[in-house]
Design a protein around this ligand. Structure first.
Ligand SMILES: [Zn+2]
Length: 225
């Protein structure tokens, strides 16, 4: 019996992976910056923690809302494309068969075979064949708003938990260096995987900049208020 070779590709997880990485980085940078801003203004540790927790909840909710809205509009577009395709298949199946044939021809298939494949796929599942080969929509890449929203909120919260934990662990007089260095290190650590150097530099630079600017403003406000 021929052994089926199973391959685990990452592409199937691309949808939520992207949302997760963005969410985690966002959680670290925005919550660490908020904490540093409040700390630089001279707040007590309990007030810093309170601000951090409020930042985590607010950030997670807004990430979820933003992701849900953007992925929903992607899903709406996909549904509209599929509805139009369905109509075209009903109105002119011959032209749609030729369209599919042309797609396979362009991929290097001989005309007769291309036509045969197009006919067979259309008789089995015409909409599925056109969705996949003409519109580029597949089960793997189709928009899932709720999944994306939940992934974003969860990964933002996990990201935000890092600077919050650092506040809890740090001695009060070393809170600012503790939170800034610890958060930057965890930003770099999350960026691992393929070609790590550039992304680490990129995310650390922007993270450091966000934290420095917020701490500066916090210090300023702290002296004025
Ligand atoms: Zn079509």
């Amino acid at each position: 019996m021929r052994r089926v070779h199973r391959e685990a590709h990452l592409v199937a997880r691309i949808g939520w992976l992207r949302a997760a990485v963005l969410g985690a980085n966002d959680g670290i940078i925005s919550t660490a910056s908020l904490i540093l801003g409040v700390a630089a203004a001279g707040a007590t540790k309990s007030n810093i923690l309170l601000a951090g927790v409020a930042g985590l909840v607010a950030g997670a909710m807004s990430m979820a809302a933003g992701e849900y809205v953007s992925v929903s509009s992607q899903s709406d577009t996909e549904q509209a494309d599929l509805a139009r395709e369905k109509r075209e298949l009903l109105e002119d199946p011959e032209a749609e068969t030729e369209e599919l044939t042309q797609i396979y021809l362009k991929r290097g298939v001989e005309r007769d075979i291309a036509r045969k494949v197009a006919r067979q796929l259309m008789s089995k599942d015409a909409l599925g064949a056109h969705a996949r080969d003409e519109l580029g929509l597949s089960e793997i890449t189709s928009a899932r708003p709720v999944q994306a929203a939940l992934t974003s909120a969860a990964s933002f919260s996990i990201g935000a938990a890092t600077p919050l934990a650092l506040v809890l662990l740090s001695p009060s007089n070393l809170l600012i260096p503790f939170v800034s260095v610890g958060s930057l290190v965890s930003l770099g650590a999350r960026t691992g995987g393929a070609a790590i150097f550039k992304p680490i530099i990129r995310v650390t630079f922007w993270g450091a900049l966000a934290m420095a600017v917020t701490a500066g403003i916090g210090a300023l406000v702290g002296t004025v208020v």
